[in-house]
Design a protein around this ligand. Structure first.
Ligand SMILES: [Zn+2]
Ligand SMILES: [Zn+2]
Length: 473
């Protein structure tokens, strides 16, 4: 495996764009309405230093962008300060920030806690959503979640001091080969068995040997490269919110230039390619495995893959800064503190957040719903000769209501659905589907060991699909 620099992306080598091409002034910052750099002296707006993305097709071996490979100090006016409250490593521009606050917890940063600057990224995606737009998005997101919001949060909520922050990511192009083999099941008949009072449905099932073999090229698989943000199981922060506002339009990244950072803060990258390789490989294999589902439609009972081999033949890593508008709120419950975020993707405007809940009110309302549910369930079971299959839902109505509302406010199941939202291309697909036998009188309606929709690299604190599986039985 040869290592080369920037095969996947060509980055111009000159350091241009630090001077206005028209008047020569160096006072340059980004215009968030257009995402382009603008001279603050003569207002001239210049065309971005585009980065050519060659895509994954011709990849071979591992190539790592200059910014992705090393953690080096650069930046004259950039200083990195460690937040004494939450530990974040915040990069600020000393020429434009008068008072620096941590973008995560709003703690005021002290220049005494300066640490070494991290790596400069290869590319950056400039802000393209103005602060006004972001404030509106955040206000309307919270506005739609008022009834069960914690009263103290409702009093204190303001979008005034949201911060624009560039968060560190790795963008990876990959080329690989996937081999899958296993067993798939198809329902061919269903019928009732047993006597009148003990009737049940059983199924006839065709069993197949299934295999899929194909090449896959994945374009711009994007992953957070801040170790703290990768830890979504952390109960004191709602990190999954930040994960869920992906994807970004990474096709439009430009060559990194510190002028883009003016007026914003950014976060130091504290992980290297080596730290992220395993997760990337797992997510790439998830994308490959998940993609086969479009060829498995006839297996209504599911497919169980018994063997899987995924080989990556080429990959290219690019370190990137991607733009996010961030609102944060610290909820204090006794000694317990939870940091809630509402985040806006500053390119696509995708908004996601977590709102502190007034638990007393939610439990009370759920109890009322539960009582009604039990009443309805009771009436239904009285009026029917035979127990309906769905009467039990009414007995659980209050619990279901609680879960649905909890999820609506906290969004603890939100995540980036990389298996669906990442661009990829399948080539040389070879399929084999061979019927091996028929099973008669099978009791269950689906294949319990099916794993064709399983995701191994899913970054999620809570999984709503699991919840659906529980109540969907
Ligand atoms: Zn100028
Ligand atoms: Zn902080």
């Amino acid at each position: 495996m040869g290592e080369s620099i920037n095969k996947g992306r060509t980055i111009a080598s000159d350091d241009g764009q630090n001077k206005c091409p028209k008047c020569g002034a160096t006072d340059i910052s980004v215009n968030p309405k257009t995402g382009k750099l603008r001279c603050n002296f003569c207002r001239f707006e210049f065309e971005p230093d585009l980065v050519e993305d060659k895509g994954p097709e011709d990849l071979e071996g591992t190539s790592i962008g200059a910014g992705a490979s090393k953690i080096e100090e650069d930046a004259q006016d950039m200083v990195t300060l460690k937040c004494q409250s939450c530990g974040a490593e915040v990069v600020i521009d000393t020429t434009s920030s008068t008072q620096a606050r941590c973008h995560w917890c709003r703690n005021t940063l002290s220049i005494n806690n300066q640490i070494a600057n991290g790596a400069v990224p290869d590319v950056i995606l400039p802000f393209k959503v103005t602060k006004e737009e972001a404030r509106n998005r955040i206000a309307s997101f919270v506005g739609r979640r008022k009834f069960f919001a914690h009263p103290r949060f409702r009093r204190e909520f303001t979008t005034e001091n949201i911060s624009g922050v560039y968060l560190p990511y790795m963008i990876v192009d990959m080329k690989g080969h996937m081999e899958l083999s296993g067993v798939g099941e198809v329902t061919v008949g269903e019928y009732n068995v047993g006597s009148d009072d003990k009737k049940r449905i059983v199924y006839d099932v065709d069993v197949y040997n299934v295999s899929r073999s194909f090449d896959i090229e994945i374009d711009d698989l994007t992953i957070e490269s801040s170790s703290d943000k990768l830890d979504v199981s952390n109960r004191t922060k709602t990190n999954n919110i930040i994960n869920s506002i992906m994807p970004f339009d990474t096709d439009n990244v430009v060559k990194y230039n510190s002028n883009y950072l003016k007026g914003f803060t950014s976060e130091k990258r504290d992980t290297n390619v080596e730290d992220l390789k395993d997760l990337l490989n797992i997510q790439a294999s998830d994308i490959a495995r998940y993609s086969t589902n479009s060829t498995l439609n006839k297996y209504d009972r599911g497919v169980r893959w018994d063997k899987e081999s995924f080989n990556i033949s080429g990959q290219s890593w690019t370190a990137a800064y991607l733009p996010v508008w961030l609102y944060s709120y610290m909820e204090t419950k006794g000694s317990q503190k939870v940091l809630h975020y509402v985040a806006v993707n500053a390119r696509t405007k995708e908004t996601m957040g977590s709102v502190p809940i007034n638990m007393g009110r939610l439990v009370f309302m759920s109890a009322i719903v539960e009582i009604f549910g039990i009443l309805i369930g009771f009436i239904l079971s009285m009026s029917q000769t035979r127990d309906s299959d769905y009467t039990w839902i009414f007995y659980l109505l209050g619990f279901i209501y609680f879960m649905v509302m909890y999820m609506r406010y906290r969004n603890s199941n939100a995540r980036h659905t990389y298996e669906r939202e990442t661009k990829f291309e399948i080539k040389n697909m070879q399929t084999s589907d061979q019927k091996i036998r028929t099973m008669h009188g099978v009791e269950s309606s689906s294949m319990s060991e099916a794993n064709n929709k399983l995701l191994k690299g899913k970054i999620s604190a809570f999984n709503l699909d699991d919840f659906r599986d529980i109540i969907g039985k």
